[in-house]
Design a protein around this ligand. Structure first.
Ligand code: PMP
Ligand code: GLU
Length: 397
Protein backbone atom coordinates (compact mmCIF):
# COMPACT_ATOMS: atom_id res chain seq x y z
CA UNK A 1 0.00 0.00 0.00
CA UNK A 2 1.19 3.51 -0.70
CA UNK A 3 1.69 5.35 2.56
CA UNK A 4 0.71 8.98 3.13
CA UNK A 5 2.66 11.67 1.29
CA UNK A 6 3.40 13.42 4.59
CA UNK A 7 5.72 10.60 5.58
CA UNK A 8 8.10 11.66 2.84
CA UNK A 9 8.47 15.05 4.57
CA UNK A 10 10.03 13.65 7.72
CA UNK A 11 12.60 11.15 8.98
CA UNK A 12 12.74 8.90 12.04
CA UNK A 13 13.91 10.68 15.19
CA UNK A 14 17.70 10.20 15.14
CA UNK A 15 18.01 10.60 18.92
CA UNK A 16 15.55 7.78 19.49
CA UNK A 17 17.10 5.70 16.67
CA UNK A 18 20.64 5.76 18.10
CA UNK A 19 19.32 5.03 21.58
CA UNK A 20 17.38 2.02 20.27
CA UNK A 21 20.46 0.81 18.36
CA UNK A 22 22.69 1.03 21.45
CA UNK A 23 20.05 -0.82 23.51
CA UNK A 24 19.78 -3.57 20.89
CA UNK A 25 23.59 -3.98 20.82
CA UNK A 26 23.66 -4.21 24.61
CA UNK A 27 20.91 -6.85 24.50
CA UNK A 28 23.16 -8.87 22.15
CA UNK A 29 25.86 -8.76 24.82
CA UNK A 30 27.96 -6.03 23.13
CA UNK A 31 29.50 -3.64 25.65
CA UNK A 32 28.38 -0.26 24.24
CA UNK A 33 28.85 3.03 26.09
CA UNK A 34 25.64 4.95 25.36
CA UNK A 35 26.02 8.72 25.06
CA UNK A 36 22.85 8.77 22.93
CA UNK A 37 19.70 9.30 24.94
CA UNK A 38 18.82 12.63 26.46
CA UNK A 39 17.44 10.88 29.49
CA UNK A 40 18.66 11.43 33.07
CA UNK A 41 20.10 8.30 34.68
CA UNK A 42 18.64 9.15 38.12
CA UNK A 43 15.56 7.37 39.39
CA UNK A 44 12.22 9.22 39.63
CA UNK A 45 11.94 10.46 43.26
CA UNK A 46 10.21 7.84 45.41
CA UNK A 47 7.35 10.07 46.65
CA UNK A 48 6.27 10.67 43.04
CA UNK A 49 6.14 6.96 42.29
CA UNK A 50 4.18 6.43 45.49
CA UNK A 51 1.64 9.09 44.52
CA UNK A 52 0.98 7.27 41.23
CA UNK A 53 0.71 3.92 43.04
CA UNK A 54 -1.76 5.47 45.51
CA UNK A 55 -3.79 6.88 42.61
CA UNK A 56 -3.99 3.43 41.03
CA UNK A 57 -5.06 1.91 44.35
CA UNK A 58 -7.79 4.56 44.66
CA UNK A 59 -9.13 3.71 41.22
CA UNK A 60 -7.89 6.81 39.39
CA UNK A 61 -7.82 4.75 36.24
CA UNK A 62 -10.44 6.42 34.08
CA UNK A 63 -10.44 9.17 31.46
CA UNK A 64 -9.76 12.59 32.87
CA UNK A 65 -10.48 16.01 31.40
CA UNK A 66 -8.52 16.22 28.15
CA UNK A 67 -6.12 19.00 29.31
CA UNK A 68 -5.53 17.30 32.66
CA UNK A 69 -7.23 17.05 36.06
CA UNK A 70 -8.21 20.48 37.43
CA UNK A 71 -6.01 20.12 40.54
CA UNK A 72 -2.95 19.45 38.36
CA UNK A 73 -3.64 22.49 36.17
CA UNK A 74 -4.04 24.59 39.31
CA UNK A 75 -0.83 23.14 40.75
CA UNK A 76 0.92 24.25 37.55
CA UNK A 77 -0.34 27.82 37.81
CA UNK A 78 0.67 27.86 41.50
CA UNK A 79 4.13 26.51 40.54
CA UNK A 80 4.67 29.32 37.98
CA UNK A 81 3.35 31.91 40.41
CA UNK A 82 5.79 30.72 43.06
CA UNK A 83 8.85 30.11 40.91
CA UNK A 84 8.44 32.88 38.28
CA UNK A 85 5.95 35.32 39.73
CA UNK A 86 3.83 34.73 36.60
CA UNK A 87 0.02 34.67 36.74
CA UNK A 88 -1.79 32.14 34.56
CA UNK A 89 -5.40 30.99 34.71
CA UNK A 90 -6.43 27.36 34.49
CA UNK A 91 -7.79 28.01 30.99
CA UNK A 92 -4.27 29.04 29.95
CA UNK A 93 -2.79 25.60 30.74
CA UNK A 94 -2.83 22.18 29.11
CA UNK A 95 -1.02 18.94 29.92
CA UNK A 96 0.01 16.64 27.08
CA UNK A 97 1.90 13.36 26.66
CA UNK A 98 5.37 14.84 27.16
CA UNK A 99 6.83 18.14 26.05
CA UNK A 100 7.19 16.60 22.60
CA UNK A 101 3.43 16.19 22.36
CA UNK A 102 2.90 19.72 23.71
CA UNK A 103 5.06 21.06 20.88
CA UNK A 104 3.30 18.93 18.27
CA UNK A 105 -0.08 20.22 19.43
CA UNK A 106 1.20 23.80 19.29
CA UNK A 107 2.37 23.50 15.69
CA UNK A 108 -0.90 21.80 14.73
CA UNK A 109 -2.92 24.52 16.45
CA UNK A 110 -1.14 27.61 15.10
CA UNK A 111 0.18 26.80 11.61
CA UNK A 112 -1.63 27.11 8.30
CA UNK A 113 0.01 25.94 5.05
CA UNK A 114 3.12 27.99 4.28
CA UNK A 115 3.36 29.71 7.66
CA UNK A 116 7.00 30.14 8.59
CA UNK A 117 8.60 29.00 11.84
CA UNK A 118 12.04 30.40 12.61
CA UNK A 119 14.23 27.67 14.07
CA UNK A 120 17.71 28.67 15.28
CA UNK A 121 20.48 26.16 14.49
CA UNK A 122 21.60 23.90 16.04
CA UNK A 123 18.09 22.77 16.96
CA UNK A 124 16.47 19.83 18.65
CA UNK A 125 15.84 17.29 15.90
CA UNK A 126 12.05 17.28 16.14
CA UNK A 127 11.24 21.00 15.62
CA UNK A 128 11.60 21.05 11.81
CA UNK A 129 9.82 17.75 11.31
CA UNK A 130 6.90 18.76 13.52
CA UNK A 131 6.65 22.05 11.63
CA UNK A 132 6.51 20.16 8.33
CA UNK A 133 3.88 17.73 9.64
CA UNK A 134 1.72 20.75 10.45
CA UNK A 135 2.14 22.16 6.88
CA UNK A 136 4.49 24.88 8.12
CA UNK A 137 7.81 25.95 6.64
CA UNK A 138 10.94 25.76 8.81
CA UNK A 139 13.20 28.80 8.31
CA UNK A 140 16.61 28.20 9.82
CA UNK A 141 18.41 30.94 11.70
CA UNK A 142 22.02 29.89 11.49
CA UNK A 143 24.20 30.53 14.51
CA UNK A 144 27.97 30.21 14.66
CA UNK A 145 30.06 28.13 17.00
CA UNK A 146 32.41 31.12 17.48
CA UNK A 147 29.41 33.03 18.89
CA UNK A 148 28.59 30.21 21.28
CA UNK A 149 25.75 29.03 19.00
CA UNK A 150 23.71 32.07 20.01
CA UNK A 151 21.77 34.52 17.81
CA UNK A 152 20.99 38.16 18.37
CA UNK A 153 17.74 40.10 18.02
CA UNK A 154 19.17 41.61 14.81
CA UNK A 155 19.77 38.13 13.34
CA UNK A 156 16.16 37.28 14.15
CA UNK A 157 14.69 40.45 12.69
CA UNK A 158 16.49 39.91 9.37
CA UNK A 159 14.54 36.65 8.86
CA UNK A 160 11.09 38.01 9.70
CA UNK A 161 8.66 38.06 6.75
CA UNK A 162 4.91 38.57 6.46
CA UNK A 163 4.57 34.76 6.78
CA UNK A 164 6.53 34.47 10.04
CA UNK A 165 4.25 32.88 12.58
CA UNK A 166 6.57 31.72 15.32
CA UNK A 167 10.10 31.29 16.57
CA UNK A 168 11.27 28.40 18.69
CA UNK A 169 13.70 29.24 21.49
CA UNK A 170 15.23 26.46 23.56
CA UNK A 171 17.44 27.80 26.36
CA UNK A 172 19.40 25.90 27.65
CA UNK A 173 19.67 24.34 24.24
CA UNK A 174 19.60 20.75 23.19
CA UNK A 175 22.14 20.02 21.67
CA UNK A 176 24.57 22.91 22.37
CA UNK A 177 23.82 23.70 26.04
CA UNK A 178 23.90 27.39 25.06
CA UNK A 179 21.99 29.82 27.29
CA UNK A 180 20.76 33.31 26.30
CA UNK A 181 21.61 36.20 28.60
CA UNK A 182 19.06 38.67 29.90
CA UNK A 183 19.96 41.55 27.56
CA UNK A 184 19.67 39.36 24.46
CA UNK A 185 16.34 37.94 25.61
CA UNK A 186 14.97 41.43 26.27
CA UNK A 187 15.96 42.46 22.73
CA UNK A 188 14.41 39.28 21.28
CA UNK A 189 11.18 40.03 23.17
CA UNK A 190 11.04 43.48 21.54
CA UNK A 191 11.33 41.93 18.05
CA UNK A 192 8.62 39.36 18.84
CA UNK A 193 6.27 42.05 20.14
CA UNK A 194 6.97 44.44 17.25
CA UNK A 195 6.19 41.79 14.60
CA UNK A 196 3.54 39.92 16.65
CA UNK A 197 5.45 36.64 16.45
CA UNK A 198 4.57 33.76 18.75
CA UNK A 199 7.56 32.65 20.80
CA UNK A 200 7.54 28.92 21.45
CA UNK A 201 9.67 28.97 24.56
CA UNK A 202 10.91 25.44 25.22
CA UNK A 203 12.23 25.53 28.78
CA UNK A 204 12.46 21.79 29.34
CA UNK A 205 16.09 22.19 30.52
CA UNK A 206 15.59 25.48 32.41
CA UNK A 207 16.52 24.08 35.81
CA UNK A 208 19.59 22.17 34.62
CA UNK A 209 21.81 25.26 34.66
CA UNK A 210 25.46 25.63 35.72
CA UNK A 211 25.72 29.41 35.93
CA UNK A 212 25.06 31.85 38.76
CA UNK A 213 21.50 32.38 39.94
CA UNK A 214 18.67 30.73 38.08
CA UNK A 215 17.12 30.90 34.65
CA UNK A 216 13.62 32.28 34.23
CA UNK A 217 10.69 31.87 31.87
CA UNK A 218 10.69 34.40 28.99
CA UNK A 219 7.91 36.74 30.27
CA UNK A 220 9.99 37.33 33.40
CA UNK A 221 12.43 39.31 31.22
CA UNK A 222 9.67 41.40 29.62
CA UNK A 223 6.07 41.03 30.87
CA UNK A 224 4.76 42.49 27.57
CA UNK A 225 5.85 39.36 25.71
CA UNK A 226 3.56 37.14 27.81
CA UNK A 227 0.59 37.27 25.37
CA UNK A 228 2.93 36.15 22.55
CA UNK A 229 4.67 33.39 24.51
CA UNK A 230 3.84 29.73 24.73
CA UNK A 231 5.85 28.22 27.59
CA UNK A 232 6.57 24.53 27.06
CA UNK A 233 7.90 22.47 29.95
CA UNK A 234 7.64 19.06 31.48
CA UNK A 235 8.83 16.62 34.08
CA UNK A 236 11.05 14.42 31.88
CA UNK A 237 14.36 16.10 32.54
CA UNK A 238 14.16 17.92 35.87
CA UNK A 239 12.30 15.11 37.68
CA UNK A 240 13.76 12.23 35.65
CA UNK A 241 10.31 11.17 34.46
CA UNK A 242 10.89 10.57 30.74
CA UNK A 243 8.70 7.47 30.57
CA UNK A 244 5.77 9.08 32.37
CA UNK A 245 5.07 11.36 29.39
CA UNK A 246 4.00 14.52 31.16
CA UNK A 247 4.50 17.87 29.44
CA UNK A 248 2.68 21.19 29.63
CA UNK A 249 1.97 24.43 27.81
CA UNK A 250 1.06 27.80 29.30
CA UNK A 251 -0.15 30.64 27.13
CA UNK A 252 -2.95 32.37 25.29
CA UNK A 253 -6.31 30.74 26.15
CA UNK A 254 -7.47 30.60 22.51
CA UNK A 255 -4.34 28.68 21.44
CA UNK A 256 -4.63 26.40 24.47
CA UNK A 257 -8.24 25.70 23.47
CA UNK A 258 -7.09 24.88 19.92
CA UNK A 259 -4.55 22.44 21.36
CA UNK A 260 -7.25 20.99 23.58
CA UNK A 261 -9.45 20.29 20.53
CA UNK A 262 -6.57 18.61 18.67
CA UNK A 263 -5.64 16.57 21.75
CA UNK A 264 -9.29 15.63 22.30
CA UNK A 265 -9.49 14.25 18.76
CA UNK A 266 -6.19 12.38 18.92
CA UNK A 267 -4.87 11.20 22.30
CA UNK A 268 -7.35 12.54 24.93
CA UNK A 269 -5.86 13.07 28.40
CA UNK A 270 -2.34 12.19 29.54
CA UNK A 271 -2.30 8.92 31.57
CA UNK A 272 -4.52 9.38 34.63
CA UNK A 273 -2.22 8.02 37.34
CA UNK A 274 0.84 9.70 35.79
CA UNK A 275 -1.03 12.98 36.36
CA UNK A 276 -1.28 12.19 40.08
CA UNK A 277 2.47 11.56 40.16
CA UNK A 278 2.93 14.90 38.39
CA UNK A 279 0.72 16.57 40.97
CA UNK A 280 2.96 15.32 43.80
CA UNK A 281 6.03 16.49 41.83
CA UNK A 282 4.76 20.02 41.20
CA UNK A 283 3.52 20.41 44.77
CA UNK A 284 6.89 19.33 46.19
CA UNK A 285 9.00 21.52 43.87
CA UNK A 286 12.57 20.93 42.76
CA UNK A 287 14.24 20.11 46.08
CA UNK A 288 16.04 17.06 44.65
CA UNK A 289 17.55 18.97 41.72
CA UNK A 290 20.64 20.76 43.15
CA UNK A 291 22.31 17.40 43.90
CA UNK A 292 21.61 16.17 40.36
CA UNK A 293 22.91 19.38 38.79
CA UNK A 294 26.14 19.09 40.82
CA UNK A 295 26.61 15.56 39.50
CA UNK A 296 25.94 16.71 35.93
CA UNK A 297 28.41 19.57 36.41
CA UNK A 298 31.22 17.16 37.37
CA UNK A 299 30.51 15.07 34.30
CA UNK A 300 30.38 18.14 32.04
CA UNK A 301 33.68 19.50 33.39
CA UNK A 302 35.38 16.15 32.86
CA UNK A 303 34.03 15.69 29.32
CA UNK A 304 34.82 19.21 28.13
CA UNK A 305 38.40 18.93 29.40
CA UNK A 306 39.03 15.44 28.04
CA UNK A 307 37.37 15.99 24.65
CA UNK A 308 39.32 19.18 24.04
CA UNK A 309 42.52 17.19 24.64
CA UNK A 310 41.70 14.76 21.81
CA UNK A 311 43.31 15.83 18.51
CA UNK A 312 40.90 17.31 15.96
CA UNK A 313 38.19 17.79 18.60
CA UNK A 314 36.91 21.15 19.89
CA UNK A 315 34.26 21.41 22.56
CA UNK A 316 32.48 24.47 23.94
CA UNK A 317 31.55 24.58 27.62
CA UNK A 318 27.76 24.13 27.83
CA UNK A 319 25.98 26.30 30.41
CA UNK A 320 22.94 24.06 30.80
CA UNK A 321 21.18 20.80 29.84
CA UNK A 322 23.23 17.58 29.84
CA UNK A 323 24.86 17.43 26.44
CA UNK A 324 28.28 18.26 25.04
CA UNK A 325 28.42 19.09 21.34
CA UNK A 326 32.03 18.83 20.16
CA UNK A 327 33.13 19.92 16.71
CA UNK A 328 34.87 16.92 15.13
CA UNK A 329 35.59 18.39 11.70
CA UNK A 330 39.26 17.77 12.51
CA UNK A 331 38.52 14.07 12.00
CA UNK A 332 37.07 14.64 8.54
CA UNK A 333 39.23 13.36 5.67
CA UNK A 334 40.89 10.78 7.93
CA UNK A 335 40.54 7.03 7.44
CA UNK A 336 39.62 4.06 9.54
CA UNK A 337 38.92 0.50 8.42
CA UNK A 338 35.35 1.49 7.47
CA UNK A 339 36.55 4.19 5.03
CA UNK A 340 37.13 7.93 5.10
CA UNK A 341 35.23 10.08 7.61
CA UNK A 342 33.41 12.66 5.47
CA UNK A 343 30.70 13.94 7.80
CA UNK A 344 29.08 13.63 11.21
CA UNK A 345 27.23 10.44 10.21
CA UNK A 346 30.57 8.79 9.33
CA UNK A 347 32.05 10.04 12.62
CA UNK A 348 29.15 8.43 14.49
CA UNK A 349 29.51 5.13 12.60
CA UNK A 350 33.27 5.16 13.24
CA UNK A 351 32.76 5.59 17.00
CA UNK A 352 30.11 2.91 17.18
CA UNK A 353 32.08 0.34 15.18
CA UNK A 354 35.59 0.88 16.48
CA UNK A 355 35.07 2.29 19.97
CA UNK A 356 31.66 0.79 20.79
CA UNK A 357 30.53 4.27 21.77
CA UNK A 358 27.07 5.54 20.77
CA UNK A 359 26.73 9.28 20.02
CA UNK A 360 24.29 11.26 17.85
CA UNK A 361 25.46 12.91 14.58
CA UNK A 362 25.24 16.71 14.39
CA UNK A 363 23.69 16.82 10.90
CA UNK A 364 20.08 16.27 12.01
CA UNK A 365 20.57 19.07 14.56
CA UNK A 366 21.62 21.38 11.72
CA UNK A 367 25.31 21.31 12.75
CA UNK A 368 27.18 19.06 10.31
CA UNK A 369 30.61 19.40 11.95
CA UNK A 370 29.50 18.26 15.40
CA UNK A 371 28.42 15.19 17.32
CA UNK A 372 26.29 15.12 20.47
CA UNK A 373 27.12 13.23 23.64
CA UNK A 374 24.57 13.09 26.44
CA UNK A 375 26.21 12.84 29.86
CA UNK A 376 23.24 11.27 31.55
CA UNK A 377 25.31 8.22 32.45
CA UNK A 378 27.61 7.36 35.36
CA UNK A 379 31.07 8.88 35.70
CA UNK A 380 32.58 5.40 35.40
CA UNK A 381 30.86 4.85 32.05
CA UNK A 382 31.84 8.34 30.89
CA UNK A 383 35.51 7.67 31.69
CA UNK A 384 35.35 4.35 29.86
CA UNK A 385 33.70 5.99 26.83
CA UNK A 386 36.19 8.86 26.66
CA UNK A 387 39.09 6.45 26.92
CA UNK A 388 37.69 4.47 23.99
CA UNK A 389 37.16 7.61 21.88
CA UNK A 390 40.71 8.77 22.60
CA UNK A 391 42.16 5.42 21.51
CA UNK A 392 39.98 5.18 18.39
CA UNK A 393 40.88 8.72 17.24
CA UNK A 394 44.58 8.01 17.80
CA UNK A 395 44.26 5.19 15.23
CA UNK A 396 42.84 7.49 12.51
CA UNK A 397 45.17 7.96 9.56
N1 PMP B 1 12.34 19.79 24.03
C1 PMP B 1 13.62 19.42 23.95
C2 PMP B 1 14.63 20.45 23.59
C3 PMP B 1 14.01 18.11 24.20
O1 PMP B 1 15.28 17.76 24.14
C4 PMP B 1 13.02 17.15 24.50
C5 PMP B 1 13.46 15.73 24.58
N2 PMP B 1 13.17 15.05 25.59
C6 PMP B 1 11.69 17.59 24.61
C7 PMP B 1 11.38 18.91 24.35
C8 PMP B 1 10.54 16.69 24.94
O2 PMP B 1 10.72 15.89 26.05
P1 PMP B 1 9.52 15.03 26.62
O3 PMP B 1 8.61 14.71 25.49
O4 PMP B 1 10.17 13.81 27.18
O5 PMP B 1 8.86 15.86 27.66
N1 GLU C 1 14.99 14.79 23.77
C1 GLU C 1 15.87 13.71 24.08
C2 GLU C 1 17.06 13.73 23.14
O1 GLU C 1 17.25 14.66 22.42
C3 GLU C 1 15.15 12.39 24.08
C4 GLU C 1 14.88 11.76 22.75
C5 GLU C 1 13.90 12.55 21.95
O2 GLU C 1 12.74 12.65 22.35
O3 GLU C 1 14.33 13.08 20.93
O4 GLU C 1 17.83 12.81 23.17
Amino acid sequence: MKLADRLSLIKPSPTLAITAKAKAMKAEGIDVVGFGAGEPDFDTPEYIKQAAVDALAKGKTKYTDTPGIPELRDALTAFYKKTEGLEYKRSETIFSNGGKHSLYNIFMAILSPGDEVIIPTPYWVSYPDMTLLADGKPVFLKTEEKNGFLFTAGDLERLVTSRTKAIVINSPSNPSGAVYDEATLKAICSVAIKHKITVIWDEIYKDVYYGEGKLRSLPYYNPDVKPYTLIVGGLSKSYSMTGWRIGWTLGDAAIIEGMNIIQGQSTSNPVSFAQYGALAALNAGLTHLPAWVEEFRKRRDYLVKELNAIPGTRCLNPMGAFYVFPNVSGWFGKSWRGGVIKDSYDATAFLLETARVAVVPGDPFGAPENIRLSYALSMGEIEKGVDRIRKAVAELR
